[in-house]
Design a protein around this ligand. Structure first.
Ligand SMILES: [Zn+2]
Length: 474
């Protein structure tokens, strides 16, 4: 079965042919499918929109593995030098936050990196193969700026910036193309405000000079003057180091289609003179809250901690993400998360009951069904519906395929007995509930009622549904 992915570069759903199998690719040998994901800057607790991007990176990687590809995934850690706004501002977010918290910028970066990594762990997102930090790759970034300078792609605004001259890149618009008119309008609006010495509105910074040495915590010496690299170059430097001059997949949120990713392409293609820099550009769409943008001022900026504080498991959120395809907007509401929670719980119960039943059902190749759904640009809503069908029919034959799907893709605790800590039922109650279930199956309803009362005396309620029972604390 052929895996198809939507490639932003060609604007088509394309059959995935990695460089290692591509007859047109003749450069350095590849033993892996290499993918690279940018990551959110480390200066705040990630919100559930950021987590959806990490979830998507994990999903792409896991899908490739499910289709038998050997994969290496890189996700960078931006632990330095992001400025407050895209308007080429002077203040560094990390330093601003450090001042607020009374600690150093380095400590801020470390603190939020830990929070982010904990979030990944909670969400059953495995660590990526390489997770390089921007601060540990300054040398590489400087080297690449030097290379661009030697090749004549840069110019300097004295004591201020080194810019990349995008007028020398004839296909600069290739990734933006469908939205280029909108982008041009934005750029024109900026031009009216302040070009900061840029020759062309699309030119972007490579290096920012510190005006006064030592004013900032996070600055470095360079062949030009003390300062710091601008943020587009870090991804290009790290992806070149770990993935080579060309690689298979570059992924992150759709907000990077118009600025960050075209800049990454321009830098790397000018360095190496090889096109395309990346064969497949994959972008996940935003998560919205109540069909609007998440924002702190609207009090709808939720983190994983907020989710947990309301009694949800991080895996309920993980299941919720599966309900929309990664390239579509997804709308978050508490009702929707509630629905996801009860669906996940229902699936776990169903699996437990199937494991106990002897019915085998029809022998269908379920792995093929699951792969078919994923092959269609990782269509996870379709995947879930196949899963529900497989389980609704009590098809024990499906269990092996579901187990593999759970281990490799879903990772939502499907085979776990305990749903969550708050739902943990004491052992003696479970024993009584099982005795009651047995009595019922033997049609000994008097005994079943008697046991129900015993359970009630211990402050638990047993509620029957069609194929299972539920225990609830009184
Ligand atoms: Zn990036």
């Amino acid at each position: 079965m052929k895996l198809k992915l939507y490639n932003t570069l060609t604007r088509e759903k394309e059959e995935f042919i990695p460089l290692m199998e591509d007859p047109n690719y003749k450069w350095e040998k590849k033993d892996f499918v290499w993918m690279y994901s940018c990551w959110p800057t480390v200066y705040y607790t990630p919100h559930i929109g950021n987590l959806r991007a990490s979830f998507s990176a994990d999903l792409i990687r896991n899908t490739l593995k499910y289709f038998w590809y050997p994969v290496k995934a890189v996700m960078n850690i931006t632990d330095v030098w992001h400025l407050v706004s895209d308007a080429d501002d002077w203040e560094d977010k990390l330093e601003k936050w450090a001042k607020r918290d009374g600690i150093s910028a380095w400590e801020v970066a470390k603190r939020y990196e830990e929070i982010f990594m904990r979030g990944l762990e909670d969400m059953n997102i495995e660590k990526f193969d390489v997770m390089p930090r921007a601060t540990e790759h300054i040398k590489e970034q400087i080297e690449l700026v030097k290379l661009l300078e030697e090749k004549g792609y840069t110019y300097e605004v004295p004591w201020d910036w080194i810019y990349m001259d995008t007028s020398k890149v004839d296909d600069y618009w290739k990734l933006i193309w469908p939205n280029y008119k909108k982008r041009l309008e934005e750029l024109k609006a900026w031009e009216r405000v302040d070009m900061k010495g840029k020759k062309n509105a699309t030119d972007f910074a490579l290096w920012k000079f510190s005006m006064v040495k030592g004013k900032r915590e996070m600055e470095r010496d360079s062949p030009w003057w003390v300062g710091f690299p601008w943020w587009h170059i870090e991804c290009s430097a790290m992806s070149s180091k770990y993935l080579g001059e060309q690689f298979d997949i570059h992924h992150w949120g759709s907000d990077h289609i118009t600025i960050h990713h075209p800049n990454e392409i321009a830098q790397a293609e000018c360095w190496f003179g090889k096109k395309p820099r990346v064969k497949y550009w994959i972008h996940n769409e935003f998560l919205q809250v109540d069909w609007g943008k998440m924002s702190k001022s609207l009090w709808n900026f939720y983190s994983l901690e907020d989710i947990k504080a309301r009694g949800y498991s991080p895996l309920d959120l993980r299941y919720f993400y599966f309900k929309a395809q990664y390239w579509n907007f997804q709308n978050f509401t508490w009702e929707a998360l509630d629905q996801a929670k009860s669906e996940r719980k229902g699936l776990i119960k169903k699996i437990n009951s199937i494991l106990e039943s002897n019915e085998e059902g029809e022998n269908i190749n379920w792995k093929e069904k699951f792969q078919e759904a994923l092959a269609d640009n990782i269509n996870t809503p379709k995947l879930l519906s196949e899963l529900h069908i497989a389980l609704a029919k009590w098809w024990k034959y499906a269990i092996d395929a579901i187990k593999e799907l759970e281990d490799k893709i879903l990772k939502i605790g499907l085979f776990a007995w305990e749903l969550s800590e708050e739902n943990q039922v004491p052992e003696d109650i479970i024993v009584l509930a099982e005795e009651r279930k047995k009595a019922k199956s033997e049609k000994n309803y008097a005994l079943a009622d008697e046991i129900r009362e015993k359970i009630k005396d211990k402050w638990w309620l047993v509620k029957d549904n069609k194929e299972w029972y539920e225990l609830q604390k009184i």
